[in-house]
Design a protein around this ligand. Structure first.
Ligand code: AMP
Length: 475
């Protein structure tokens, strides 16, 4: 047995036959471990940054909503509603659902808080988790996270284009190349005309349809295009296309969205198969698919969205146009991994605090707070004794300096500062150590910048009030 395996085996509690089984993850759920957090931070910070630049404010809605909210909005014959929603009756006999998606909750909040009285469109974003009792597989979980943008209260096609553009910008900044697949479902009138054409087509191919699709024909013909069965997929390829059944207004709207995308130089493909999984979409519908290497024919849907002009009315508000997009964060992070992107976990430390003996430990825990209050990134292993393991820990976090507080320094009221790059150690008055550290770090930063661009540094120094002459005197 290797040492590592032996240690682990010894650490594990001995199992008795009557001992309860250790609980494990619920199927379809996952832990997001510390080693993955760098990727999550990267995605979330990018989303927040883009949202802020486009002036979209965050909204957070509850995980639990009345089941009726989704029954009324998502639509009949959709997998999300029929098979995937987690619903239950609570102790007050209310029928509740774990939210399967974000738009309905945002629309409920818009109505409930009278946001229609604010300047329109109301622009919000979210980063939240959703729940679908889906069959777990790669890139498909029962609890998953999405980021999403919603603009409620504006019918102009430029808003559709802006939602697409800001979502595209998130992918661009993360260096995940995507192609936007575009379609239009048209407004109510166009959609009715299209559904009729679709039904006529499928009626003459009834014998080739699977059982699910025969039922879909009655309830929601658009879903026929989504079927994954080989026979139905072949049929879908020659089915009528929505864009051929758009009325003038829907057509003009769609053309206009595409023109804005051209203006923004966002690459898109017209894709008549995009009908989106949920029922509330009208007019513009789009999906974001990653650009994969040649020969890789996977279809990975990173995100999608569209216009949902009828949704607010469906839940009891007055007719309110709206458009939004939502993207799966797990799938995006998978893509970052596939592309070999390295996301940093915790940043390197500026300073490591090493101490010897209990009085020094007490002073160190206080000094830790004083340094971090000045914005210094401090690392420590306060529970450890002995200088060697502490210096090793300092190297692991790539500390620039280690502060060493031993018995002698405690008596003298001093502290040692060790430059980890050249090993030079200096004695500093304990009272002055915070200022000294801050000063050295600032100096290090401007030297780094100077190597890059002297003009920028001169400007920064001017702004911070620290002149080159002052720095020289300090040395
Ligand atoms: P939808 O709300 O179905 O339009 O999904 C939008 C995006 O969320 C998809 O493109 C996926 O990236 C992601 N997504 C949807 N369902 C799941 C799931 N079960 N597990 C992980 N990601 C999901």
């Amino acid at each position: 047995m290797s040492k590592e395996v032996k240690d682990t085996a010894e650490q594990a509690a001995p199992k008795r036959s009557n001992q309860p089984k250790t609980p494990t993850l619920v199927r379809g759920m996952k832990d997001i471990l510390p080693s993955e957090q760098g990727y999550w931070r990267l995605v979330e910070e990018t989303v927040r940054q883009v949202a802020m630049e486009y002036r979209y404010e965050q909204i957070e809605t509850p995980v639990l909503e009345p089941a009726a909210l989704f029954n009324r909005t998502i639509g009949k014959e959709t997998d999300v509603l029929e098979k995937e929603m987690y619903t239950f009756t609570d102790r007050s006999n209310e029928s509740l659902a774990l939210r399967p998606e974000g738009t309905a909750g945002v629309a409920r909040a818009y109505l409930e808080h009278g946001m229609l009285n604010q300047p329109q469109p109301v622009k919000v974003f979210y980063i939240e988790s959703f729940f679908r009792h889906d069959r777990p597989q790669a890139g498909r979980y029962r609890q998953f996270f999405q980021f999403g943008f919603e603009a409620i209260g504006d019918a102009h096609p430029v808003v559709d284009a802006q939602i697409i553009s800001m979502t595209y910008e998130v992918f661009r900044r993360l260096q995940v190349p995507v192609n936007v697949h575009m379609n239009s479902l048209g407004d109510k009138e166009s959609r009715a005309a299209y559904e009729k054409a679709l039904l006529d087509y499928y009626k003459s191919h009834k014998s080739e349809l699977c059982e699910d699709c025969l039922r879909r024909m009655q309830k929601n013909p658009l879903r026929l295009l989504d079927c994954k069965q080989t026979g139905c997929r072949t049929l879908a390829e020659t089915a009528p296309q929505t864009v051929d059944h758009l009325n003038t207004e829907s057509r003009e709207h769609f053309v206009s969205v595409l023109e804005y995308l051209d203006e923004l130089e966002i690459p898109y493909t017209l894709d008549p198969r995009i009908v989106r999984g949920l029922d509330y979409y009208s007019k513009t519908a789009f999906e974001f698919l990653p650009v994969l290497s040649e020969g890789d024919d996977r279809v990975i849907e990173l995100g999608g969205g569209g216009r949902y002009d009828g949704l607010i009315e469906q839940i009891g508000g007055r007719a309110t146009p709206a458009v939004g997009a939502a993207c799966g964060i797990e799938r995006l992070i998978n893509r970052l991994h596939e592309q070999g992107v390295q996301a940093q976990a915790l940043p390197d430390a500026d300073v490591f605090l090493a101490q010897l003996g209990d009085p020094a430990r007490k002073l160190s825990i206080k000094l830790f707070g004083e340094l971090s209050a000045q914005g210094v990134r401090v690392a420590e292993s306060l529970s450890k004794d002995g200088i060697k393991p502490q210096l090793e820990a300092a190297n692991r976090v790539n500390a620039k300096y280690t502060l060493i507080l031993g018995q002698k320094e405690m008596m003298d009221g001093t502290i040692l500062i060790r430059d980890m790059e050249n090993g030079i150690q200096e004695v500093v008055d304990m009272q002055k150590i915070v200022n000294e550290v801050v000063k050295r770090l600032q100096r290090g930063k401007s030297q780094q910048l100077q190597a890059a661009d002297p003009e920028v540094v001169a400007k920064m120094e001017e702004e911070s009030g620290v002149s080159e002459a002052q720095q020289k005197l300090d040395l």
